[in-house]
Design a protein around this ligand. Sequence first.
Ligand code: NAD
Ligand code: GLY
Length: 356
Amino acid sequence: MNVLNVSLDERSYPIFIGCSLRNSADSLMSYIKGDQVLVVSNETIAPLYLENLLKNIDVAKLDTLVLPDGEQYKTMETLNTIFDALLAERHDRSTTLIALGGGVVGDITGFAAACYQRGVNFIQIPTTLLAQVDSSVGGKTAVNHILGKNMIGAFHQPQCVLIDISTLQSLPEREYRAGLAEVIKYGLITDLEFFVWLEKNMSRLLTREDDAVLYAVEHSCRLKAHVVSTDERESGLRAILNLGHTFGHAIETHKGYGKWLHGEAVAAGMCMASDLSKRLGWISDADHERVIALIAKAGLPTAPPEMTTEQFLTLMAVDKKALGGQVRLVLLERLGQAVVSADYGEKLLAATLSPS
Ligand code: NAD
Ligand code: GLY
C-alpha cells in the first residue's frame, strides 16, 4: 500500500492507495475516533462493496444508509435524509461518517459531516476513478442547486482517504472514461511530463492495466495534494484545478444533472479552454491539437452539446470563480501550466462559444 500526505497543519491526513485494501481494517480503525459510525453509500455500490467494508469496522454503533444513485440526487433533500438517519439513530458529535462511493456520495456525505452538529469526522472511500483522483481529496463538499452546480457546500477535510483501485474493475466504461478527464486535467494544468506519459499510456489506461492505473491515480493524487496543501481554500493556486469546469458546469446545468457526466462536461470544457488559449496566442495550434487528440483518445467529448452563446454566458456568470460579475477562466499559458484569467476579451470568448 502506498501512502501520500495532504499537509494542512492539524487538518493533515493520509491518502492510502493500493490494488487491494480488503485487509485495511487497521488503517481504517485508527482513523475512526469515536464508537459510532454511519457508512453512506448508494444502491449501486452497496451491493458490491458494503458488506466487505463493514467487516473491517469494529465499533459499538455501526449504521448504514443507502442513497438513490445519481447526480440528480445530490440535493438538499437527500442531504436531509442523512441528517434524519443520524438523528434517528442518536449519533453524537463523536460519530464518523464514511463515504463509500463516487463523487456524488463523497460530496454529499462530506457536506453532511461538515454540518452535522457543526462538524464531525469523515472518511472517504472513493470507488470511481474520478473520485479517486479528484473529489475525495481536498475537502470540497457540496450539493447542487437547481440554478447552479455545487453551489451549496463547505470545505471539510476528511480524516483519511482509502483508495482501492480494484474497485474500478466494476466501474462502467463510460464512468471510467469520465474519470480520465480529471486525470488528463492534471497533466494540462501542472505537469507536461505527465501529459506526455498519458499520451503514451492511454491505451493501457483504457484497458485498466493495474500498474498504469496505479501510477495515474497516485500521480494525480500527489499533484492534487500539493495544490490543496498550498491553497486549501482556493484563494489562488487551487483554482487551476477547475480547468474546463466553468464551461463544464454550464453544460451540466443546461443539460440537466446526470445527462452529461461531470467528467464528460469537463472534457469538452477543457477543449474549449484550450481553444480560447490558442485564440489568445498562448498555446500553438499544434499544442491545441494534442489536447484534442488525447481527450478524443480517452473516448471523451471534444466539443460541447448544442448551446447558444447566451445560454453559456448566463450559466457561466454563476460560476464560483466569478468576482464582481467578472467571469475568471482557467486557461493554458502553455501545455502543463494553467493560469486563472479574466483577461481574454469578450470577442475571443464568443468565438470559442460559437465557432463558425
Ligand atoms: P458518481 O458518484 O455519480 O458515480 C458514477 C456512477 O458509478 C454512479 O452510478 C455510481 O453508483 C457508480 N459507481 C461508483 N463506483 C462504482 C464501482 N466501483 N463499480 C460500479 N459502479 C460504481 O460520479 P463521479 O464521477 O464519481 O463523481 C461526480 C461528482 O463528483 C459530481 O457531482 C462532481 O461535482 C463531483 N466532484 C467533486 C469534486 C470535489 O473536489 N469535491 C471534484 C470533482 C468532481
Ligand atoms: N476539483 C476542484 C478542487 O478540488 O478544487
